[in-house]
Design a protein around this ligand. Structure first.
Ligand SMILES: C[S@@+](CC[C@H](N)C(=O)[O-])C[C@H]1O[C@@H](n2cnc3c(N)ncnc32)[C@H](O)[C@@H]1O
Length: 360
């Protein structure tokens, strides 16, 4: 159901899902626990944001001093560029501000910046955010926002789901650090998977139990049945944090049994007493569950895509992917590239091919 909602939202180009403060805080804490200076002296850009709705700007503005930021920049998208049915009300913050411009308020994006104490209370925080209308509508693809990307050290946001591919390309075509929210469906895209393979992107720390809850001004239309009746929040199961910043969980070693012990003791019926079949057309063994990876197998293994949430680059090497209409990516021989991986004459969709760095 939740995934159908995401599909429906994508179709309607409905992107108004707002991240909760506690999820942002929990995720950023994972990077800070690993390196307390990860954001120190950095310029952080929060594109596709809207401080009146969004918690990203609030979190980074409130923690500006503690994190030692150099500059915080947040940009928002013009109301007139959003789906018409939203009919967003302008906030008092904007309409009562001397900078308020009735036309621009609808057609222009906004930029918020924070660099220093402006109120004179000797603290740099959310009260010191300064804002202007942008020249354009705040589209991340505009030259104006792209120049801000180039100025920034770290790009952080929950981007529009309907433009995820473009947003990821916009972000990763630079050498910038990033922390963004995205759908697990994107993993197998031809241009996305190589980023995992080459260790240029990995899963972040993650949402609690893999469930992401977002606020939305339009819960009825896209979330009938999944909006929590108490909170009005919408649940997504297939949403993850994606990043190139390091964190502790990424280096947790997956505890595994040997091949012999798996065959004797595995909790999986398809492994216990049976072992691992080899692919018909590729020299690799088929592992149906990540926790059934044998610790002592030194050859190539085909594992489910969910393996990525447990991927530790010190423990494993990723060789390639065969999923859906992607029949193998770099590292996989041409035969399997063309036909896909077969076991006992049956095509296995969604397999990542990996090797232990050191089988033990
Ligand atoms: C998933 S929401 C997340 C908002 C906010 N970053 C948060 O996490 O709370 C994505 C936002 O991007 C905006 N958006 C849609 N298309 C955009 C574009 N081309 N450029 C910039 N922002 C866009 C949407 O209007 C929406 O407010």
């Amino acid at each position: 159901m939740a995934n159908e909602n995401l599909g429906a939202a994508r179709k309607a180009k409905f992107d108004e899902f707002y991240t909760q403060y506690k999820d942002i805080e929990k995720e950023m804490n994972a990077y800070l626990d690993y390196d307390k200076d990860v954001f120190r002296d950095k310029t952080i850009l929060l594109p596709c944001d809207d401080p009146e709705w969004s918690n990203f700007t609030k979190y980074f503005a409130q923690n500006f001093e503690r994190l030692g930021l150099k500059k915080l920049i947040s940009t928002s998208y013009a109301p007139d560029s959003k789906p018409k049915e939203l009919d967003l009300q302008l906030s008092l913050f904007e309409t009562q501000n001397p900078k308020f411009d009735k036309m621009k308020a609808r057609s222009s994006g906004k930029i918020y910046t924070l660099t220093r104490d402006t109120t004179g209370d000797k603290k740099t925080n959310v009260e010191d955010l300064e804002w202007e209308y942008l020249d354009g509508d705040g589209d991340f693809r505009s030259a104006e926002v792209t120049a801000l990307r180039d100025e920034a050290d770290v790009i952080i946001t929950n981007p529009p789901f309907s433009l995820f591919r473009e947003f990821l390309e916009w972000t990763t075509s630079t050498k910038k650090s990033f922390v963004i929210i995205g759908s697990t469906n994107a993993i197998t895209y031809r241009e996305v998977f190589p980023l995992f393979k080459e260790n240029k992107m990995w899963f972040g720390n993650g949402f609690t139990a893999g469930n992401a809850y977002f606020a939305s001004p339009s819960t009825r239309e896209y979330a009938a049945g999944v909006a929590d009746s108490n909170t009005g929040l919408i649940k997504f199961r297939n949403v993850v944090w994606l990043t190139n910043l390091d964190h502790g969980r990424r280096h947790d070693e997956l505890t595994l049994m040997t091949e012999a012990d798996n065959i004797k003791f595995s909790k999986h019926k398809t492994v216990k007493g049976i072992g691992y079949p080899t692919f018909d057309n590729y020299e690799a063994i088929e592992i149906p569950f990540t926790d059934a990876i044998p610790s002592d197998y030194s050859g190539v293994m085909g594992v489910p895509i969910s393996f990525l949430s447990k991927y530790n680059p010190d423990q494993f090497e990723i060789l390639g992917l065969a999923a859906g209409n992607i029949r193998g990516l770099a590292g996989i021989p041409s035969k399997i590239n063309k036909d896909g991986p077969y076991v006992g004459g049956k095509l296995k969709y969604g397999r990542i091919f990996i090797k232990h760095k050191k089988a033990k």
